[in-house]
Design a protein around this ligand. Structure first.
Ligand SMILES: Cc1cc2nc3c(=O)[nH]c(=O)nc-3n(C[C@H](O)[C@H](O)[C@H](O)COP(=O)(O)OP(=O)(O)OC[C@H]3O[C@@H](n4cnc5c(N)ncnc54)[C@H](O)[C@@H]3O)c2cc1C
Length: 96
């Protein structure tokens, strides 16, 4: 979890630098959004799993984070649509 979160933070940091320089492309933003939200959701699901049944009760906040991330993976461009954007960017072929 720590490794994946650190990698996602580095991706966001690099994108922020490019954005500040006016060089960030929509396709790069798609790649970062897709990767980082999926990573966060995977981490939340793994955390929920570690807690077993306690992971689904209100005593722990992880289920709330997980449900929030289920929304985030849909809005601001779904996981699938960002994949199509990324694919088109590297192949020049539209899969839409
Ligand atoms: C919590 C929340 C807040 C939101 N806030 C806003 C907001 O403030 N403003 C706003 O305008 N919208 C908002 N939305 C809407 C959001 O942008 C849409 O839900 C999102 O764009 C997906 O559209 P849809 O729900 O119509 O799904 P659909 O387009 O019906 O897609 C359904 C599924 O099919 C997949 N899919 C669709 N087309 C393709 C394709 N060509 N190839 C492969 N897979 C495909 C999608 O990835 C998705 O998994 C919000 C949504 C949520 C959940």
């Amino acid at each position: 979890m720590l490794t994946e979160i650190t990698k996602a933070q580095l991706l966001s940091w690099r994108l922020g630098v490019l954005k500040n320089e006016g060089k960030a492309t929509p396709q790069q933003i798609s790649l970062a959004k897709r990767n980082n939200v999926k990573m966060a959701l995977d981490v939340a699901r793994e955390s929920r799993q570690i807690l077993g049944a306690m992971g689904v009760v209100g005593d722990y906040p992880i289920m709330r984070h997980m449900m929030n991330l289920e929304s985030v993976i849909t809005y601001e461009g779904t996981h699938d649509i960002h994949l199509l954007i990324t694919g088109q960017d590297i192949t020049g072929i539209s899969g839409f």
